[in-house]
Design a protein around this ligand. Structure first.
Ligand code: GLN
Length: 553
């Protein structure tokens, strides 16, 4: 029988609830348990696909092509949970489902209400999350974790909290656990940590009928035993279940080991009466942390993008770079460069970097700046990695400046260009809607032997996740193939160009897909790993131009 953990958050947003949920998932996995992970988001958008990265951060894409909240990225980086379309539900998705049923007459004339119809739909979504993970992975889920977005006390999250309260009521005692994450703010003026916001947040939860079993307290400083006792008394949570989660010193990957040090693993298996292993196996993880803490080498990568102001907008890319740093035993410093500034302030913005990464994106702003940065990388031998729009920009740059295709552009921004080197597929030409018209999810890619891509992946067929509308224009294939640019990876089903590279360059790779969604701290993505290896070689060479043939990690 699957047991359930619900994770809520209080006091303020941005407490790191996604990270903490992922860490809890990982701790359970390392006790030999199979888990599933799910996020319920109270906002009205049906999915985050149409939301601006400036507001909401990146859109995370699952294998089955769901556009989801970025917390799902944490889940995949920390755990082996199988994520699907049923791993992320929003109020919008729940309501549209209920309203569609109402229109079909499925409610047989009854008044459709938040309780029970919306709450029933939420409970179904929770079961669906488990069922779809079990179907995909062909494994029985021991523990299903469900994180509830938003902050307790918000109007929007009420139906979700009500639904999980009912959910627990319908289950045998001991099968459902409530974990609440709160903040103990430190007040400099009085020199103490404050418990009142935690009390009030737990009070709100109890008003709804949810008594948290475990409190995880985010703190800047150590929480004393006395404080834990006091929180316990006021919040009606046993003292040993008041867990400290202190700000990490050097890496977010410390969270699981810190929580284990605070006794959370024992508490979880104790409360849910389960465990397949006698202890939480964290040796490899600890060794990885020690590597991060002690590395001496470093390199600097410029991420030249549109959404550089908000760290969350390229979350998975920054994380993948740090994973590649772990694999290469170096620290990767990221310089965030606004693409449009490269045009106005010039290439000096890129002075001293060891590599340039141009991420994916939408919209025309900054496009020419990206193209300029890519030209610089190509001409000076600086390692370059282009992802999705970044790859498309590399194709445009090469078309314009090497193949002499004057005005070469992408159809996305310049429908009248004489050389649409990036275009729509014929079957996409009539698409006018924005939502749901993209190539989404995992697709196979066949890699040519003898290419850099082949050396990096060490495989001929790979699977990578996509999220884009536009493609390399096959009408230009021969022209590029006969030049120095190699089209080293193709989608076998639809004959689409997936990877481009320049063999005579130390490292110049563009990929149409999003490799950043398949990287983890203990399994760095091969292309990121190779890119950082090249950047490190560049750094070790005193930051001078061409490093020559590289032995990629
Ligand atoms: N805007 C481009 C397209 O739709 C690239 C998308 C992306 O980088 N994710 O094809």
């Amino acid at each position: 029988m699957t047991k359930h953990i619900f994770i809520t958050g209080g006091v303020v947003s941005s407490l790191g609830k996604g990270l903490t949920s992922a860490a809890i998932g990982m701790i359970l996995e390392r006790r030999g348990l199979t888990i599933s992970m799910q996020k319920l988001d109270p906002y009205i958008n049906v999915d985050p696909g149409t939301m601006s990265p400036f507001q909401h951060g990146e859109v995370y894409v699952t294998n089955d092509g769901a556009e989801t909240d970025l917390d799902l990225g944490h889940y995949e980086r920390f755990t082996h949970a199988t994520l699907t379309k049923a791993s992320n539900f929003t109020s919008g998705k729940i309501y549209s489902h209920v309203i569609a049923k109402e229109r079909k007459g499925d409610y047989l004339g009854r008044t459709v209400q938040v309780i029970p119809h919306i709450t029933d739909a939420i409970k179904e979504a929770i079961y669906e999350g488990v069922a779809s993970a079990e179907k995909e992975s062909k494994k029985t889920v021991d523990v299903a974790l469900t994180e509830i977005g938003g902050t307790v006390g918000d109007i929007e999250s009420l139906p979700f909290l009500e639904a999980v309260r009912q959910f627990a009521l319908e289950k045998p005692r001991g099968d459902v656990l409530f974990v609440h994450l709160t903040l103990l703010p430190y007040l400099r003026a009085s020199g103490e940590m404050k418990m009142k916001p935690t009390q009030q947040s737990v009070g709100k939860l109890r008003e709804i009928g949810i008594q948290p079993d475990i409190l995880i307290c985010r703190t800047e400083r150590a929480m004393t035993r006395e404080m834990a006792q006091k929180i316990s008394l006021f919040c009606n949570v046993r003292p040993e279940a008041v867990i400290e989660e202190r700000d990490v010193e050097f890496s977010i990957y410390q969270v699981p080991t810190d929580l284990v040090a605070a006794g959370l693993d024992e508490l979880l298996v104790d409360r849910l009466v389960l465990s397949k292993e006698p202890k939480t196996e964290l040796d490899d993880w600890r060794a990885m942390l020690e590597d991060i803490r002690t590395t001496k080498d470093s390199c600097e990568i410029a991420v030249v993008g549109k959404y550089t102001e908000l760290h969350d907008a390229y979350k998975s890319i920054y994380e993948s770079l740090s994973h590649a740093g772990i694999a290469n035993r170096c620290k990767v410093n990221v310089r965030k460069v606004r693409a449009e500034d490269v045009l106005t302030s010039g290439l000096t913005l890129l002075d001293g970097v060891d590599g340039i990464l141009v991420p994916g994106g939408f919209g025309e702003r900054g496009l020419e700046g990206k193209i300029l940065a890519i030209r610089h990388a190509r001409e000076t031998g600086l390692p370059f990695f282009g992802i999705c729009l970044g790859m498309q920009c590399a194709v445009i740059e090469y078309g314009r400046n090497v193949l002499g295709l004057e005005g070469a552009h992408t159809y996305e921004h310049s429908p009248h260009t004489p050389h649409p080197v990036i275009c729509l597929m014929p079957d996409q030409k009539n698409l006018h809607e924005k939502g749901g018209t993209m190539r989404l999810g995992s697709f196979p890619c066949r890699i040519d032997r003898g290419t850099l891509a082949h050396r990096l992946y060490g495989a001929e067929t790979i699977h990578e996740r996509h999220r884009h509308r536009f493609e390399f224009n096959n009408a230009y294939r021969a022209l590029f193939q006969n030049s120095h640019m190699k089209l080293s990876g193709l989608n076998p089903e639809r004959d689409l160009v997936e990877i481009v590279e320049l063999p005579e360059h130390p490292f110049f790779v563009g990929v149409q897909f999003h490799p950043e969604f398949q990287s983890g701290p203990l399994r760095a993505h091969p292309v990121f790993r190779g890119f950082v290896a090249a950047a490190l070689a560049h750094a070790k060479n005193g930051g001078r131009g061409r490093v020559g043939a590289l032995e990629h990690a």
